[in-house]
Design a protein around this ligand. Structure first.
Ligand SMILES: *Cc1c(COP(=O)(O)O)cnc(C)c1O
Length: 401
């Protein structure tokens, strides 16, 4: 049996929506993007949503909106995808990496120790779709208000560190009965091909800024800055008689095209109706199976505070070395099952090593990584395939142990 790791969910609705865009005479940013923004806003309750071409550029745009620049520090977990750090570096600031907790998410005590007068933002990451402890993070930010030195208009208006969540994994997750999208000041979703909802490549910035900000005004500003700082988008400009435009900011060119938004427009309702539940069911089935194995540690799924979006099934194998984990993965692959590792802590990657980050400073990130194997989790998996994956993993683990 051959089982892929994470194929996209493409049904007839997706094909029809994309065809509709292609035949409409308008394929870049226009009505489908507007529709996707409205859908994300509808399902998350975020007051304003701007779609862009990736989560990476969404994070970059949000940081640059807040005026984060060279000399500033942004706190991120050491355990995440590289984009979290790269977005910070792209605006010239320094990523300050901190260690994680046992649930893979950023450690609150570690954030507390890392906050300085240079800290402008924190980017918590909802690893595998499991929401961070936002109550504690938001409280900590309030406690550290005194330390914050505002330098730009928006920094003065907020008067504290910005909480910008990297929710690339967690659309549909919940924390205290609220959806990701309204748990922090700004939330960024990814619609990359492997994510729970996709547009092939894409991302969404959810604005949930407190008073005195006007989220609609900030949306318009960001939208303009996602399109070269141009006063009219190409769609508006294409209407008869409205050719003249101006460039008013040094904006980025990171808009989402309609033909890609069409995929997301078709996926969103299906995701919230059936796909998310199907992912949860697979997570539950894995949990039931692996809870019987004394060598297995199941990832967090649901508790009184939070509900996962089940983006990854991050299985850990008790007391194995990194080499043993790698050998287990090789065996699993021999049986035709594609698995993965999420993530290599950033200090293990060349760029970050060269910039002076040391894995020894992040013992929990390393130990979670060394014994982690991400299993396939998506709605197309059949019961037979699921059984096959569980048996294969067990066979591989018991061979190596
Ligand atoms: C996928 C991912 C991103 C980047 O998303 P893109 O849309 O590809 O830019 C950022 N952070 C995390 C944690 C991710 O997994």
């Amino acid at each position: 049996m051959k089982i892929p790791f994470s194929p996209p969910y493409i049904d007839q609705n997706v094909l029809s929506e994309v065809e509709d865009s292609l035949k409409s005479g308008w394929i870049t940013t226009g009505p489908k993007v507007k529709k996707l923004e409205a859908l994300v806003s509808h399902y998350t309750k975020a007051p304003e949503v701007l779609c862009v071409n990736s989560a990476t550029s969404g994070l970059m745009l949000a940081l640059s909106w807040f005026g984060v620049k060279k000399g500033d520090e942004v706190i991120i977990p050491a355990y995440t995808y590289a984009a979290t750090a790269l977005a910070v570096m792209h605006v010239g600031a320094t990523p300050v990496m901190v260690d994680i907790e046992n649930d893979f998410n950023i450690s609150i005590p570690a954030i507390r120790n890392a906050i300085t007068a240079k800290t402008k933002a924190i980017i918590p990451v909802d690893i595998a779709g499991w929401p961070c402890n936002y109550e504690a993070i938001n409280q900590l930010i309030q406690q550290k208000r005194e330390l914050f030195i505002p330098e730009t208009e928006n920094q003065k208006k907020l008067g504290r560190i910005l909480c910008l969540s990297d929710a690339a994994h967690s659309i549909g997750a919940q924390y205290k009965n609220n959806s990701t999208g309204i748990l922090t000041d700004i939330t960024v979703f990814s619609f990359h091909a492997v994510k729970n909802v996709t547009t092939a490549e894409g991302g969404a910035i959810c604005l949930n800024l407190p008073d005195p900000f006007n989220n609609e005004i900030e949306y318009n500003f960001l939208r303009c800055n996602s399109l070269n700082g141009q006063t009219k988008d190409a769609f508006t400009k294409s209407k008869a008689g409205s050719w003249r435009y101006d460039i008013i900011y040094q904006g980025f060119k990171i808009n989402m095209p309609d033909v890609l938004a069409a995929i997301g427009v078709a996926q969103m309702p299906t995701y919230f109706k059936t796909v998310l539940d199907a992912r949860k069911q697979i997570h539950r089935d894995y949990n039931a199976y692996f809870s019987e194995k004394e060598w297995a540690i199941s990832p967090p799924f649901q508790n009184d505070l939070a509900k996962s979006s089940c983006h990854l099934y991050a299985l850990r194998i008790r007391e194995i070395t990194e080499d043993q984990r790698d050998a287990i993965i090789e065996l699993i692959a021999d049986y035709g099952v594609a698995v993965n590792v999420h993530f290599q802590p950033l200090p293990l990657l060349s760029l970050f090593k060269e910039n002076g980050y040391k894995i020894e400073d992040y013992p929990n990130a390393y130990s979670n990584y060394a014994c982690e194997i991400s299993l396939p989790i998506y709605p197309q998996l059949t019961k037979e395939q699921l059984q096959y994956i569980m048996k294969t993993v067990t066979k591989a683990v018991e061979t190596i142990l």
